[in-house]
Structures are given as C-alpha cells and as structure tokens.
Design a protein around this ligand. Structure first.
Ligand SMILES: CC(C)(COP(=O)(O)OP(=O)(O)OC[C@H]1O[C@@H](n2cnc3c(N)ncnc32)[C@H](O)[C@@H]1OP(=O)(O)O)[C@@H](O)C(=O)NCCC(=O)NCCS
Length: 159
C-alpha cells in the first residue's frame, strides 16, 4: 500500500465523493455527490490546507482517504487544525489502513509545526484514535448527533 495526495490521483475523486455522501452527506438535504465532488476538486492540493490523502493498493485501487483540514466544528473556532474525512473502503477495513492514514496526517501536521490536531467521532470510547494516542476532551450534542471530540498533541513548541 502507498499513501499519496489526492492531487497525485485526481481521477479517484468521484469515488471519495460517493463514499462521503453515503457516510455523512445524506443527512443534509442540500448536499449531493456532485457538490462534494466539486469541493474536493477545488480543494485538491499538496501544499495548502485542506490536504486530502489517499491509500492506494498494490493494484492501484483506492483503499481509503483522510484530510488535514482547518476548523471543522463551528462551536470551536479556536481549535484550528483537524483530522477529518477518515474513510476506508468496506472490503478492506480492519487491516490497519485507517491507522496508517491517521498517522500520515499526524506526520503532515508535524512537518508544518502544527501544535495539536482535533477530531470528532461517533465512537464514544475514541475507537481507533484512542489507540493512536488521541485524548477525549468532550462528549457533546452537535448538529443533533452525539459526538466525541479528541485532541492529539503534535509539536510542543520546542525548537
Ligand atoms: C473508522 C475506519 C476509518 C477505520 O478504518 P480501518 O482501516 O478499518 O482501521 P484500522 O484497521 O486501522 O482499525 C480498525 C478499528 O477502527 C475502529 N473504528 C471503527 N469505526 C470507528 C469510528 N467511527 N471511529 C473511531 N474508530 C473506529 C475500531 O476500533 C476498529 O477496530 P476493530 O476492527 O477491532 O473493531 C473505517 O471503519 C471507516 O471508514 N468507517 C466509516 C467512516 C468512519 O466512521 N470514519 C471515522 C470517522 S471519525
């Protein structure tokens, strides 16, 4: 497996748009696969946040994706950098691809001297993220859903 930027393989964008819509987009009637696709195309970059990374199998198939992004939860404007959009294709879950994507986003944050990353998950115990060193900070109701918010210290500010 290889981890690349979506910018390296923009032709897989429609698959990611479909995944995101099925997983999270349906709840919002204003959302559509096409709208998610347009946003992903607009945001595709190797340098400027949001950064979208993808896991690619030996056969070139798209296995999963994740984002390093700015300000996800509007109630926390001071929490600047977020891990988001972590998604692994159903057929290949439970093989460590999610963990590899999360760890790559952490590396990208380290290189940018980002002090800490935040995320929200439906997993009350933090699931995968708790195992990877993320700490639960909040359990709250957000946009009608019970979510768990977690933080991961990245850089301590030391030279
Ligand atoms: C969460 C997800 C990315 C994990 O991908 P994966 O490649 O299977 O991850 P790994 O193999 O590294 O680790 C598997 C662990 O993820 C954890 N997990 C599953 N769903 C989770 C979730 N929503 N949040 C956090 N952890 C989760 C489980 O603890 C699982 O362990 P198990 O196999 O013992 O049950 C994948 O299940 C997925 O795409 N789910 C749908 C989208 C989603 O819920 N994304 C997370 C949003 S915060």
């Amino acid at each position: 497996m290889q981890i690349q930027f979506l910018a390296d393989r923009p032709e897989v964008t429609p698959v990611i748009a479909q995944w995101y819509f099925e997983e999270w987009g349906r709840k919002n009637p204003e959302n559509s696969v096409a709208a998610i696709h347009r946003r992903l195309r607009r945001e595709t970059s190797r340098e400027i946040l949001p950064l979208q990374i993808i896991a690619i199998g030996e056969d070139g198939a798209l296995l999963g994706t994740a984002q390093l992004k700015l300000r996800e939860m509007t109630i926390f404007p001071e929490r600047k950098f977020w891990l988001g959009g972590v998604y692994v294709s159903r057929q290949v879950r439970g093989r460590g691809i999610g963990a590899a994507l999360v760890n790559r986003v952490i590396e990208l944050a380290q290189r940018r001297a980002i002090p800490e990353l935040w995320l929200q998950t439906y997993a009350k115990d933090g699931g995968l993220y708790a195992r990877l060193g993320w700490i639960i900070t909040d359990h709250l109701l957000y946009k009608g859903e019970e979510v768990t918010v977690m933080v991961r210290k990245i850089n301590d500010g030391a030279p």
